[in-house]
Design a protein around this ligand. Structure first.
Ligand code: GLN
Length: 533
């Protein structure tokens, strides 16, 4: 089967939303009954996103198969409602490692190993293997970075070669650019787009389509000018103007005829433009825009200066609120600033503590969890928020005043949270956490069992520490029970306080499983409880 490829490049500057454009194009083709998937290329030298600071780069998205990926993979999963494997996030480090490994094994038979052809071949093989293994009809590949960057050059060269090898009827290049408006009359400027297309052409790539980011819809005269000076037909210049929600982008591209243009270029006749699929998707998108009084959530975490640090949690809360016909507002609160101010949390309908690492801000989280428990405010703790809720319970209810996680205080006499035994002796930071999907047993007659409605669930993980089962009995006697566990009872996965309005912590990351129209269960339960509070 011949897979068709759509390569998405970016010009002018970063942060234009290439990921949203790529996901939207892929979504439109999925709605047209094509078997599709997306790949994200990250030209940086990190092996994966696992060691990157979330405040600078946004969240690390964890896949079912344990990949620590760029957050665009999360966008793909949410748009397509489809699991994406970690092989779909390609980095320079992965490509170079595989080339160097082959060289060390002598697989190049004495050749001088070079960027072209060896590195470019490795890139092409990786992309084509995914297309073949997954029997995809259309594969969208988003190349991170901005055209002109040194580090993305080998990738762009590999994509250029794929067009030559596969034939131009099987490959479309989409370039995402910007038309800024500088003055009050809002004239849209075309020069940045002209220059970035020139830069692409300099390396042998003539884009077929342009998706132009702009605040207001692209004006005709801007479109004409862009078309004239970039060699892209008028019809193939698409306006990607600002909309309320990223999930509306497929529709604005569809309205401009994007699907027809793509199928025509691919010479694909008689495709299904399934109106049935459109209805379902539109219903989901519309449900994300509920009006009325919002549910107010305090999200108390360590990485609050960048909303993207918790992007999947933000989305999951929205999906959950949408499913009960409500809208949500989230205040991101720095846990370092909670000390002495914890009372300010009383105005919220619910308190959520997301994942985190390290000592900074941990005392604020422990106080937050204690406050939510004492004041009977719905609380959801995720990973670090689960662990520190247990620490706060040990300190304040079980009178172990020095209780802590050994991640924070190694010499505590009450290590409520301790290193996973298999982590002992591990010194590498990258890829060494407990990662990916694991099966969890949910005990009968618990809040968790009511929430999930089943005895076994599979959830994604990313942690190095876990609850110390030595304290299980004492906690149960004092009113906190562990209602989910894995590995034959060795690991605690869900905690709850049955007497509380809603006090639940999960060692796993439910946010990575939430999709528009299909909210993750614990988020839905938490949001529902917050709505009633
Ligand atoms: N730092 C904690 C651990 O490694 C929690 C991790 C997280 O919140 N993702 O176990």
């Amino acid at each position: 089967m011949q897979t068709k490829f759509i390569f998405v490049t970016g010009g002018v500057m970063s942060g234009l939303g290439k990921g949203v454009v790529s996901s939207s194009i892929c979504k439109l083709l999925q709605l047209s009954d094509q078997k599709v998937s997306c790949i994200k290329i990250d030209p940086y030298l990190n092996y994966d996103a696992g060691t990157m600071n979330p405040i600078a780069h946004g969240e690390v998205f964890v896949t079912d198969d344990g990949g620590e990926c760029d957050m665009d993979i999360g966008n793909y999963e949410r748009f397509l409602n489809q699991d994406i494997p970690k092989s779909h996030n390609i980095t320079t480090a992965q490509i170079y490692s595989s080339v160097i490994e082959s060289e060390r094994k002598g697989e190049y038979l004495g050749a001088c190993v070079q960027i072209i052809p060896h590195v470019t071949d490795a890139i092409k093989n990786r992309i084509k293997k995914i297309a073949a293994d997954e029997e995809l009809e259309i594969l969208v590949v988003e190349c991170g970075g901005t055209v002109g960057d040194i580090e993305s050059l080998p990738f762009l060269e590999a994509l250029r070669q794929i067009r030559v090898e596969e034939g131009s009827e099987n490959v479309i290049f989409v370039h995402v650019t910007l038309a800024p408006s500088l003055d009050v009359v809002g004239e849209q400027k075309t020069k940045p787009t002209q220059h970035s297309v020139q830069e692409l052409r300099r390396i042998g790539i003539q884009p077929d389509l342009l998706c132009v980011r702009c605040s207001m819809p692209l004006q005709d005269k801007t479109r004409n000018k862009i078309s004239m000076f970039t060699n892209v037909t008028n019809n193939d210049v698409f306006s990607c103007h600002d909309v309320d929600s990223i999930f509306q982008v497929p529709e604005i591209l569809y309205d401009q005829g994007l699907v027809d243009v793509i199928f025509k270029k691919f010479n694909k006749m008689g495709y299904v433009n399934a109106s049935q699929n459109w209805d379902t998707w539109n219903k989901i998108v519309n449900s994300l825009h509920n009006e009325g009084d919002p549910i107010n959530i305090a999200m108390v975490g360590k990485y609050v200066t960048l909303a993207d640090s918790y992007v999947s949690v933000n989305h999951a809360l929205k999906h959950a609120a949408a499913s009960i016909g409500k809208k949500i507002t989230i205040d991101w609160i720095d846990s370092e600033n909670i000390n002495g101010n914890v009372d300010t949390l009383s105005k919220y309908n619910g308190i959520l503590v997301p994942g985190g690492f390290g000592t900074r801000g941990s005392e604020g989280i422990i106080k937050t969890a204690n406050f939510a428990r004492e004041q009977n405010i719905p609380y959801l703790g995720i990973c670090f928020g689960f662990q520190l809720a247990a620490v706060s319970f040990a300190r304040n209810v079980c009178s172990h005043t020095d209780a802590n996680s050994t991640e924070i205080e190694q010499n505590t006499n009450n290590p409520i949270i301790d290193l996973l035994p298999e982590q002992d002796g591990i010194t590498d930071m990258g890829g060494s956490l407990r990662l990916g999907a694991n099966e969890i047993n949910v005990k009968p007659d618990t809040i968790a069992n009511k929430i999930y409605g089943q005895d076994k669930i599979s959830k994604r993980h990313r942690h190095r520490y876990e609850f110390n089962t030595k304290y299980l009995e004492e906690f149960a006697q004092k009113g906190m029970i562990f209602s989910g566990e894995s590995d034959e009872g060795r690991r605690m996965e869900i905690l709850e306080i049955p007497s509380h309005k809603f006090f639940v912590g999960v060692q796993f990351h439910p946010e990575f499983n939430s999709r528009p129209g299909y909210p993750e269960h614990v988020f839905k339960a938490f949001t529902t409880a917050a709505n009633q509070n």
